[in-house]
Design a protein. Structure first.
Length: 255
């Protein structure tokens, strides 16, 4: 009986911005199943750094990140480009091209699969265009397809960001605090979209977030980080007040 390799395997990952002061202190992590995996922890503990190391937005200092049978940390040139295009990224600040239309922003998710000449000319196939419109419908924005991105609300922009990430046909989704600037209702809707696409595409969605209640509601697995290390990795139901005190420190905020 053969078993499929993990979606993602991280071994001994360290990151220092200043020599001798590591932000990540030897992270070991295996993602083997689809679904929402929430990363929680206080600000400055390395959550965003971990997410950004995975698709090489920043370089790690030490360790391995095995994705699609390759070490992302060592990948260069064409291989790195091929790996990155299979990692859908959803940003806290949306990272849309404001002057472009909503549909054009979604279509940029295909640029990693195009030659430089095709990308410069925005020479998208009809199949890609059809898929982009289908994704806009799936996130509830089909009526805004021709509107400029800068005309949208924050929640609408994040929906475009999710559609763009899914447009890449990724093997994993990464989301760096995708709900931090949104109201509670919109934040829940964004998490529901991430959960929906994770189920539909049968891929994991690794979501860095601060809202513990949202993590408990949507995540099948929670990774708790404190001071650059993982202090909890397990089911959402297993997050107790004692564990939260280990992650965040103190207990006054629990009341």
């Amino acid at each position: 009986m053969t078993t499929n390799p993990p979606f993602l395997e991280i071994k001994g990952l360290k990151k220092e911005y200043v020599a001798g002061k590591p932000i990540l202190k030897g992270i070991d992590l295996t993602i083997s199943e689809p679904g929402i995996i929430a990363i929680i922890g206080p600000s400055g503990t390395g959550k965003s750094t971990l997410i950004r190391c995975i698709n090489r937005l920043i370089d790690s200092t030490e360790g391995q990140i095995i994705f699609d049978e390759s070490d992302v940390c060592q990948a260069k040139g064409t291989l790195l480009r091929q790996l990155r295009r299979q990692v859908g990224m959803v940003f806290q600040e949306y990272n849309l091209v404001e002057r472009l239309s909503v549909i054009e922003n979604v279509l940029t998710g295909r640029l990693g699969y195009m030659s430089s000449w095709q990308a410069w000319r925005r020479n998208f196939s009809q199949n890609d265009i059809n898929t982009a419109f289908e994704l806009l419908d799936a996130v509830g924005l089909s009526d805004h397809a021709k509107n400029r991105a800068d005309s949208l609300s924050g929640g609408q922009r994040q929906r475009v960001g999710i559609a763009r990430a899914v447009m890449q046909h990724p093997k994993i989704l990464l989301a760096d605090e995708p709900t931090s600037s949104l109201d509670p209702k919109t934040a829940a809707e964004i998490m529901e979209l991430l959960a929906k696409f994770s189920r539909q595409k049968h891929i994991p969605a690794l979501v860095n977030m601060h809202d513990v209640s949202l993590a408990r509601k949507f995540a099948k697995r929670i990774i708790g980080m404190a001071e650059g290390v993982i202090v909890y990795d397990g089911d959402a139901d297993g997050i107790t007040d004692e564990i939260l005190k280990q992650i965040y420190g103190g207990e006054e905020w629990l009341n």
